[in-house]
Design a protein around this ligand. Structure first.
Ligand code: PLP
Length: 343
């Protein structure tokens, strides 16, 4: 929904600049709007675009680097393919790698083309709360709108998301609901229904306020830094174990892992990784999930719970290594039953 709100403001505004008022004229017959987004954009962004009337033919996927970030040269080339209203959707924190777009390069390119830039920063935007990590998202402040979650790194219960739009008037033009019975409230008071799709909704902001009061600026920063340190420690520990690979550069809190004996084919590694995930889930002490990324089946590790620190990482590393050592002999000697456990 946060991306939906940012992109709704984007869509209406780029059309308004082209002389088309969505509020008055609707969308049918509007000038075509092109949306440029990284080839590895999160599925929820595609859904938000679909709700806003964009079909696949209006989307241009821009090549991404090995961390899932948009390649500036590919964006520059893609932007030359169309003229007219445009939106560029960037990403701060790739779901598997934690990677970022190089915003200092991509946003000026988009701006030059007159595009609105929206950034999906579901969890990665919290890097800005930690000075040691802030540079990962350098230039993100140049965007026009940002989506970020409370229910991920900020530890708020589901659901909690923030849509931040630089141009408040554009946001209100896209979202405001008015009716005589609602009144306007005291002069200058903020009317929440001017900024979100719903008229009635619970006080989501209360939980956010409470968590920010409890953690404070320092607490958020400490937590984000700690989780990133934990992710690095876990990566270092796992890399000591033959057969375990870390596919991503661990810059944030994410690890993408694969498993397989030396010389294993891609299919064998994928099968092995699935077995390790299943073994870990059977043990039921740590939770990890799988996904397909960059041609591999990976184990996803996301370090994000407030209570996680080095001891939990040591337990997780031990559990992953245990699961891998169990899976390895079964894979090497098919037919050996579940009783034949490895060291
Ligand atoms: C980069 C990114 N964007 C968007 C989302 C979607 O967030 P939600 O599940 O809160 O809608 C996620 C979820 O993991 C994500 O990692």
């Amino acid at each position: 929904m946060a991306s939906f709100v940012g992109l709704a403001a984007a869509r209406s505004e780029v059309l308004l600049r082209a002389g088309w008022d969505c509020a008055r004229d609707g969308l049918f017959g509007a000038p075509p709007v092109t949306v440029y987004l990284g080839a590895q954009a999160h599925a929820s962004v595609l859904a938000a675009l679909r709700y806003l009337g964009f079909g696949e033919r209006q989307l241009i996927a821009v090549d991404s680097d090995e961390q899932g970030g948009m390649r500036p040269a590919s964006l520059a080339q893609a932007l030359r393919r169309t003229d007219g209203p445009a939106i560029v959707v960037g990403q701060a924190g790739h779901i598997h790698s934690g990677g970022f777009d190089p915003f200092e390069q991509t946003i000026p390119l988009a701006r030059e083309r007159g595009a609105w830039v929206h950034v999906d920063g579901a969890f990665g935007l919290w890097a800005r709360a930690a000075p040691a990590l802030s540079a990962l998202a350098s230039g993100v402040e140049l965007a026009d709108s940002w989506a970020v979650d409370g229910h991920k790194w900020l530890q708020i219960p589901y659901d909690s998301g923030f849509a931040i739009v630089r141009d408040g008037a554009a946001m209100q033009r896209a979202m405001a609901i008015s009716a005589s019975y609602l009144g306007t409230g005291p002069r200058d008071a903020r009317n929440p229904s001017n900024y979100v799709p719903e008229l009635s909704r619970r006080a989501r902001g209360f939980a956010v306020w409470a968590v920010l009061q409890a953690l404070g600026r320092h607490g958020v920063r400490e937590m984000v830094e700690r989780h990133c340190r934990c992710a690095r420690e876990l990566g270092q520990r796992l890399l000591q174990e033959p057969g375990i690979r870390v596919l991503n550069r661990i810059e944030l809190n994410q690890l993408a892992l694969t498993f397989g004996p030396t010389g294993a084919s891609q299919a064998e590694r994928d099968a092995c990784t699935r077995q390790v995930i299943a073994a870990l889930q059977r043990e039921n002490r740590c939770f990890v999930s799988g996904a397909s990324w960059s041609g591999h089946w990976i184990m996803r590790v996301s370090v994000i719970s407030h209570y996680t620190d080095t001891p939990q990482m040591e337990a997780l590393a031990a559990a992953i290594i245990r699961a891998w050592r169990c899976a390895r002999p079964r894979q090497q000697a098919p037919g050996s039953g579940p009783g034949s456990r490895g060291p």
